[in-house]
Design a protein around this ligand. Structure first.
Ligand SMILES: [Zn+2]
Length: 284
């Protein structure tokens, strides 16, 4: 799960990727395709389409038959309820179109043929003004990738203007298999090791300045996860602040930075995060 994710965003089209680190770019053709451009119809035809499985907001397209009650599909459907309850958000019925290629080779061939500007990744989340799309392929890590990218879909269907760090922090939290309380062990170990070596201290203000996925390092993903975990599982007041922040973003499209709210109500949150991470790593 570690050392594998980075991507990019622009105002009209957000792109998220899973797979390997590096910078992500916007493919103009992709934006047009998402907008329904007829000229790019061949790309559409090259997408998996033989089977369609609808489960809640998810519309999953594949060229292989996916059992209607496959446990991965069940988990992805259940993830929606988990997120909405945890974040106190209303649901959306906007479809999230998941194109699931049967092999990594087919996935790569598709991207290389139609979207040469995109970097190599195992999966992408793409958002235009009119469509939410996940591109992924079946394989060893498909569950982790889909939990991450579909989380972006669920979140963006309700709160389109999420701060980058929070968007990724929540997706990193949710990519952990259900029932593990979002505990991302590789991120936890990375943060503790970097802190012990004197190379990292928490700073939510710094994370909030990150505007592009290409600026985000693996450590930034880990710290984003850590702040989300602290707010969801630490003092209940922090969870309430997070929920209220999301509600403001949803209603107004903007909100006071969470770091300011945290500083106001929990002045020593940086120290609290360090202590919290140590507690998480302590033998139970
Ligand atoms: Zn992501």
């Amino acid at each position: 799960m570690s050392n594998r994710r980075a991507c990019g965003r622009r105002s009209a089209l957000a792109v998220r990727g899973s797979g390997v680190p590096g910078s992500c770019v916007l493919a103009a053709g992709l934006a047009l395709w998402l907008a329904g451009c007829v000229a790019l119809r061949p790309a559409h035809e090259a997408l998996p389409s033989r089977h369609t499985l609808v489960r809640g907001q998810l519309v999953i397209y594949s060229d292989f038959a996916l059992p209607a009650h496959h446990r991965l599909v069940e988990e992805l459907a259940a993830l929606r309820g988990d997120l909405l309850a945890m974040l106190a958000m209303p649901g959306s019925d906007e479809p999230i179109h998941v194109y699931l290629f049967d092999t990594p080779e087919r996935f790569r061939t598709f991207l290389q043929k139609w979207y040469t500007g995109l970097p190599e990744r195992r999966a992408f989340f793409l958002r235009s003004d009119t469509r939410l799309v996940v591109l992924a392929h079946w394989g060893e890590r498909v569950a982790e990738d889909l939990r991450h990218e579909v989380t972006h879909g669920y979140l963006h269907s309700v709160v389109p203007q999420l701060p980058l760090w929070l968007d990724e922090g929540l997706a990193e939290y949710a990519e952990v298999p259900r029932g593990r309380g979002g505990l991302h062990e590789p991120h936890l170990q990375l943060l503790l090791a970097e802190a012990a070596a004197g190379r990292w201290r928490p700073s939510l203000e710094r994370l909030e300045q990150l505007a592009s996925m290409s600026e985000m390092t693996q450590l930034d993903y880990a710290e984003s996860w850590a702040w989300v975990h602290l707010m969801l599982h630490g003092d209940p007041g922090r969870r309430a602040l997070l929920q209220s922040h999301l509600a403001d973003l949803r209603r107004q499209g903007t909100a006071v930075p969470l770091s300011l709210e945290l500083r106001r109500w929990f002045p020593s949150s940086d120290e609290a995060l360090m202590q919290y991470l140590s507690q998480l790593a302590a033998p139970k």
